[in-house]
Design a binder for this molecule. Structure first.
Ligand code: SAM
Length: 295
């Protein structure tokens, strides 16, 4: 009778042979295989020790595991859409095709108190714009329970998932709106923004796993910055003077650098390497906006 170890080896092999793409939170066939084998057997990946490896794999879980492997290797679903959960930092979120799979590196900044970038008093108002299923805002609420934390997105499907996640991770509000049109001037301490930023060239070339995610969550127009430019104007208007915009742009770093010579993004050194998260101070944004002829 096969054990958990046997199923793990077979599943890892299947993922490697199918050459699946890892871009949704897990970075190896081994880690994805562990999640698939345990979830199919209704075991939690947290709280299960190595002793399970020699245990017989339950008969009833085998067919479920076959279906999982087929969804991952043939249909190329991201793992989180199969297991229906995704972890970001210490929190577990429901995840399905209504919203992008949570994986933003902005999480590590939230968990390190935005150091060394934020120097104001403990933030009173935090907005997670383009919130998708709500992971960043919900993480911010756990880090700053006294702050008013409000999430917004244009997409009603994404917001329905955020509302479900809100049951486990409460926040103060969830708003359906275009970018930050709903926020009053100088009212926000910290804006968290992971907008769609994939440029037209990369959109043509996305690994199949990404095609299961909502197009509205990925497509950033020709240079990837269609929404980013608008967001910068919104941020200049609504941030308090000591406020901060935390903006993820992924590989549209060069495009953001070239957007305006008056705009100087401060690039965050990310925990797992690479670039793609910029900080903008409110006062720098206000000066930039003023130079463009609008304040
Ligand atoms: C890259 S996803 C980020 C989701 C989430 N913040 C995360 O990190 O997993 C971008 C999100 O922006 C939303 N979006 C696209 N256009 C928008 C707009 N004009 N106003 C507000 N949200 C928008 C999409 O619906 C999508 O949920």
């Amino acid at each position: 009778m096969p054990t958990f170890r046997d199923m793990l080896i077979d599943t890892e092999d299947a993922l490697i042979r199918a050459d699946v793409f890892f871009g949704h939170g897990y970075d190896s066939a081994h880690d994805e295989a562990v999640a698939l084998v345990l979830t199919a057997a209704d075991r939690s990946p947290t709280g299960t020790g190595a002793e399970i490896l020699e245990v017989e794999y339950p008969e009833h879980a085998r067919q479920r595991l076959d279906e999982f492997v087929s969804k991952r290797c043939v249909a190329r679903l991201p793992l989180a859409y199969i297991t229906q959960v995704a972890w970001l930092g210490p929190l577990c979120f429901k995840s399905d095709a209504r919203a992008l799979v949570p994986r933003s590196p902005v999480a590590s900044l939230i968990m390190s108190d935005f150091a060394p970038w934020y120097s104001g008093p403990s933030p009173a108002v935090i907005v997670d714009v383009c919130c998708g299923g709500g992971s960043l805002g919900m993480l911010a609420k756990t880090a700053y329970p006294a702050a008013l934390v409000v999430l917004s997105d244009l997409d009603g499907d994404a917001l329905s998932l955020a509302q479900e996640n809100r049951e486990d991770h409460p926040v103060d509000g969830v708003v359906q709106a275009d970018l930050l049109s709903w926020c009053a001037g100088e009212s926000v301490d910290i804006i968290l923004a992971n907008p769609p930023y994939v440029d037209a060239e990369h959109m043509q070339d996305l690994p199949a796993e990404y095609l299961h995610e909502p197009g509205l969550a990925l497509d950033g127009g020709d240079d990837g910055l269609d929404l980013v430019s608008l967001l910068l104007w919104d941020a200049a208007r609504i941030l308090k003077p000591e406020g901060l915009l935390v903006l993820e742009v992924g590989y549209s770093v060069a495009a953001l650098e070239n957007l305006s010579e008056d705009l100087v993004p401060l690039w965050v050194e990310l925990e797992h390497g690479g670039e793609g998260v910029a900080i903008f101070m409110a006062q720098d944004l206000a000066q930039w906006a003023a130079k463009q002829g609008v304040s």
